[in-house]
Design a protein. Structure first.
Length: 590
C-alpha cells in the first residue's frame, strides 16, 4: 500500500503520525486533531515545494491514537526527542548558548555550563555573546569570595591558597561562614536576574580600594571590567518598569530554513538574547509551538509572560505549561504597544539570521536548470522580483528584491510607494509604475541589468511589466510570472503555462524569490500603516501636534528608536520641551 493510500485509511481520531522512509527511519513526526484529514493534506495537489520534498521521501506512515489533542502534543514532543526526525525542529538538551550555573549545594558553586540538568540548580542566560558571560564570571570571581573547588565540598584541616589571598571564605575549614556565603550567592542571583547595581557598586568600591592602596595594576583590571560591563548594560536598551519576567519568541522561515529568536526580560532588563536554527517541513505556527514545548520542557527559566510572533494554539500550550511544568504562563500575541515593539526586535534578529543562512546555500545547479527550463540565453545569476501590496487601495507599495547566485542580496532591495493611483486598486498600473521607475533609473545611471525578472502574478501583471520594458528599450530582458494558485510559470509570449514538480530545484529558487518579494512588500505595507498609527499616537499627547510629531518621526523614524532615548536626549534631538519629551516616553511605555 502506498503512503497516499495509507493516509486515506487513517482513522478520524486525534493522535500522532510518524512518516518513515524506505529504510524505516522516522523522518517526520506530527500531531493532529483528526489524523485522516491532517495526513491527507500532505498529498493534495498544488502543495508547496517544501511539502512535495517531504512527500517524495515518505515510504509508509505509522500512527498512534490519543484521547485528545493535548495528549497528542505531549506524545509528539516525546517522539521527537526519541527519534530525532530530520524534518522536525529539535533542540538539544544543552541548548545553543552557554549559561551560568549556581549549584544547589550547601555552599553553591558558580560556573559556566552548556547543559541544564534536573538537579534544582539555578541557571542564567543563555548568553549568545561569550564575552558577556566571561565578564560576568570575572566579576563574580573578582568581587565575591566563593569556592572554586569542583565537586562536593570536602572538609579540610587547612584552607587552600584562595582563602589566603582573600578569594574564598574557606567553607571547607570554617563552615560557620555559611550566612555570609549565602548572602553573597543571593546578591549574585539578584545581579544575574537583572538587578545590576549591587555588583557594579561592589566592583567600583574594590577598584577604589586597590587604587588607594597603590595596587594600580589590579585597579586598572577592575576599571576595564567595569567599563565592559557598563557597555553591555547600556546595550540592553529594552526596559520597562515591571518586575515580572517576560520572554519574546519570534520565528522566521525561508523555505525549509527556520530561525527562532528569544529575548528574555527580567526585572525590566534585557538579560538574554539567543538564536536557534533548524530545517523543518512544518509551517511557522506549527514549528513555533513545537519549539516552545522543547525549549521550556526542562522547567528552567520559565517566564511569567510569553509573547509570540505567530498565533499559536495558546490554550493547548498553556495547558502544557500548567499540567506538565506546574507553571501557569500568560501567552500573548501583541499587535501594538510595548510588547509588540520588543517582539519586533526579536523578529528582526530571526529574519537577519535566516537570510544569512540563505546566502550560504549553493544554488548553481538550480540556476543551470532554470536556464534550460525557461530557454534563457545565459544562467540567471542576477534575478529581480516584483510584488504589489496594499490594504483596500491604501498604502500601495511595490517591492523590488534582488537575488544574486540564487540568494538574496538584501542591500539591493528597493520599495516604491505607488503615487499614480489616487486611492484606486489597480495592480497592473502599480506594476507599470514600479517597473518604469526601476529600469529608467538603471539605464540612466548605467547600472547592472538583471538576467531575469520574476513577477508575482499572472498574465496581466507580466504583460504590464513587459509593456513598460519595451517603452524603455529593454525588451531583451526575459520576464516570467509565478501564479501562486498552482505555482505555474507564466510567459509573456504564446508559450503555455509551465507546471513543474514542486520539488524541482529551479522552481524552488523562483518560489523563494516570489515569497521574499511578498514578505518584503507586505512588511513595507505594514510599516506604512504602523507609521500612520504612530503619528496619531504622538499627536494624542499633550504638547505634540502635527509639526512636532513630524519632526520627531523625521529624527527618530520609529517608536523603537524613540524608546532608545531618555527624555533629555529626546528633547535635545527633536528640539522639544523636556516636559513634553517626558510625556512622550511615559505614553509609549504604557
Amino acid at each position: 500500500m502506498s503512503a497516499k493510500d495509507q493516509a486515506r485509511s487513517l482513522p478520524e481520531n486525534p493522535g500522532v503520525y510518524m512518516m518513515k522512509n524506505i529504510d524505516d527511519t522516522v523522518i517526520y513526526v506530527g500531531k493532529a486533531k483528526n489524523l485522516k484529514r491532517r495526513v491527507n493534506s500532505y498529498f493534495l495537489p498544488n502543495r508547496d515545494a517544501k511539502t512535495s520534498a517531504l512527500v517524495a521521501k515518505i515510504d509508509h506512515i505509522d500512527y498512534i491514537i490519543t484521547g485528545n489533542e493535548y495528549e497528542a502534543l505531549v506524545l509528539e514532543n516525546n517522539l521527537i526527542k526519541k527519534y530525532n526526525p530530520h524534518y522536525n525542529i529539535l533542540l538539544k538538551d544543552g541548548k545553543s548558548y552557554p549559561l551560568i550555573k549556581i549549584t544547589n549545594e550547601e555552599f553553591p558553586r558558580v560556573y559556566k555550563t552548556r547543559r541544564i540538568l534536573p538537579d534544582n540548580s539555578s541557571y542564567y542566560g543563555p548568553f549568545p555573546k561569550g564575552k558577556q558571560l566571561e565578564d560576568y564570571i570575572e566579576l563574580i570571581r573578582s568581587t565575591y569570595h566563593l569556592r572554586l573547588c569542583s565537586g562536593p565540598l570536602k572538609k579540610r584541616e587547612k584552607p587552600c591558597l584562595y582563602y589566603h589571598i582573600h578569594k574564598c571564605l574557606g567553607p571547607c575549614v570554617f563552615p560557620d561562614c555559611k550566612n555570609d556565603y549565602l548572602d553573597e550567592i543571593a546578591e549574585i542571583k539578584e545581579f544575574l536576574s537583572g538587578n545590576d547595581q549591587k555588583g557594579l557598586i561592589r566592583l567600583r568600591n574594590l577598584m577604589m580600594k586597590d587604587a588607594k592602596e597603590l595596587r594600580f595594576e589590579e585597579a586598572v583590571k577592575k576599571r576595564e571590567l567595569l567599563k565592559s560591563l557598563e557597555s553591555v548594560m547600556s546595550e540592553q536598551a529594552v526596559q520597562d518598569n515591571s518586575g515580572e519576567s517576560r520572554d519574546y519568541a519570534a520565528i522566521e522561515m525561508r523555505g525549509t530554513l527556520c530561525s527562532v529568536a528569544i529575548m528574555q526580560i527580567r526585572n525590566g532588563n534585557l538579560i538574554g538574547k539567543a538564536l536557534y536554527r533548524a530545517e523543518s517541513m512544518g509551517d511557522e505556527t506549527e514549528i513555533l509551538l513545537s519549539f516552545l514545548i522543547q525549549y521550556y520542557c526542562d522547567g528552567e527559566s520559565l517566564p511569567s509572560e510569553l509573547y509570540v510572533s505567530h498565533e499559536i494554539d495558546t490554550e493547548l500550550i498553556s495547558r502544557y505549561f500548567k499540567e506538565e511544568l506546574h507553571m501557569p504562563i500568560y501567552i500573548g500575541f501583541p499587535k501594538e504597544g510595548k510588547h509588540y515593539r520588543i517582539l519586533r526586535m526579536a523578529e528582526v534578529n530571526a529574519q537577519e539570521d535566516v537570510e544569512k543562512r540563505m546566502c550560504a546555500i549553493n544554488n548553481s545547479p538550480a540556476l543551470e536548470r532554470m536556464k534550460e527550463l525557461l530557454g534563457l540565453d545565459r544562467v540567471p545569476i542576477h534575478i529581480e522580483g516584483f510584488d504589489i501590496a496594499h490594504l483596500a487601495g491604501k498604502y500601495t507599495v511595490a517591492s523590488l528584491i534582488v537575488f544574486k547566485n540564487g540568494n538574496p542580496s538584501v542591500k539591493d532591495y528597493r520599495r516604491f510607494n505607488i503615487k499614480s493611483l489616487d486611492g484606486k486598486i489597480d495592480d497592473f498600473e502599480s506594476m507599470r509604475e514600479a517597473v518604469t521607475r526601476r529600469y529608467t533609473r538603471l539605464v540612466n545611471d548605467n547600472l547592472e541589468l538583471p538576467d531575469l525578472i520574476l513577477i508575482d502574478g499572472g498574465k496581466g501583471q507580466v504583460h504590464a511589466a513587459v509593456e513598460m520594458l519595451e517603452v524603455i528599450g529593454l525588451d531583451d530582458i526575459p520576464v516570467v510570472g509565478l501564479a501562486e494558485r498552482n505555482e505555474e510559470l507564466v510567459f509573456p509570449d504564446e508559450r503555455p503555462n509551465l507546471v513543474l514538480d514542486k520539488a524541482d530545484s529551479a522552481l524552488r529558487v523562483l518560489i523563494a524569490v516570489r515569497d521574499e518579494c511578498h514578505r518584503f512588500a507586505t512588511s513595507a505595507n505594514q510599516r506604512m500603516r504602523s507609521k500612520e498609527a504612530t503619528f496619531a499616537l504622538l499627536e494624542s499627547i499633550e504638547g505634540v501636534g502635527k509639526v512636532r510629531s513630524k519632526r520627531i518621526m523625521e529624527v527618530c523614524g520609529s517608536v523603537e528608536k524613540i524608546l532608545e532615548l531618555d527624555s533629555q536626549s529626546l528633547a535635545k534631538k527633536c528640539s522639544i520641551p523636556l516636559d513634553v519629551a517626558e510625556r512622550i516616553i511615559h505614553k509609549l511605555t504604557l
